[in-house]
Design a protein around this ligand. Structure first.
Ligand code: SAH
Length: 194
């Protein structure tokens, strides 16, 4: 396992993820929105996540910047990164099939929005965000660079902590006690822990 192979694997997973997102993206554009909490704040949060998970590592792969922050590859960490990325892709597929037409890239409520509490949503309230944490962790494990590697954890962390409370408030305002009860039975992103 060399640094180049580890980087190519990160890129290949990214491409598969983008392909997996095509169908849900298409469906979401066709499903009317009944309420949206999008705004400058959501725009900035999404920008931070895109920067950390896409732009910073993308620049690193394209022009090898910042080269000074490189460190040697540990093959065992790269293999672990592959396993984490596989788990991440599986989770993205599951969450999209469980959420169906209720999915949005931002904070929206769709026409005929239903509260999903089954499948992976029976274990945690934000399994798609669990998937993003796995994606960010895989980036750290696969990219041997002190800036490009952790950038995903920082970028997605900003989105997650800036959004998750507001998302839960939005779900409470839409589903009331049904969501409050659901919250009592589930963790946020790590089953039984958080
Ligand atoms: N936070 C969830 C969903 C991310 S997609 C997860 O990580 O899996 C974001 C959209 O999903 C939000 O706009 C919200 O309307 C919707 N959503 C979040 N939780 C939901 C649930 N349990 N059932 C239905 N829709 C949900």
């Amino acid at each position: 396992m060399t640094a180049t192979i580890s980087k190519i694997i990160w890129l290949a997973f990214g491409i598969v993820w983008v392909i997996l997102r095509q169908r849900p993206g298409h469906r979401s554009r066709k499903t009317p929105v009944r309420y949206s909490a999008r705004g400058l704040r959501e725009f900035v949060l999404l920008g931070a996540s895109l920067t950390g998970l896409g732009i910073v590592p993308g620049v690193y792969l394209a022009i090898h910047f910042p080269r000074f922050a490189d460190y040697p590859v540990t093959p065992a960490l790269s293999y672990l990164g592959i396993a984490v990325d596989l788990a991440c892709l599986w989770l993205f597929r599951r969450t999209h099939s469980d959420l169906g037409h209720n999915w949005s890239v931002s904070l929206d409520l769709r026409e005929r929005h239903t509260l999903v509490t089954t499948g992976v949503y029976a274990l945690v309230r934000h399994p798609m965000y669990s998937g993003f944490w796995l994606m960010a962790l895989a980036q750290l494990l696969l990219l041997p660079n002190w800036i490009a590697g952790p950038a995903g954890l920082v970028g997605f962390g900003i989105l997650f902590f800036g959004r998750v409370g507001r998302e839960e408030d939005m779900m409470i305002s839409a589903f009331g006690d049904e969501y409050r009860t659901y919250m009592r039975h589930t963790a946020r992103v790590v089953p039984w822990l958080y």
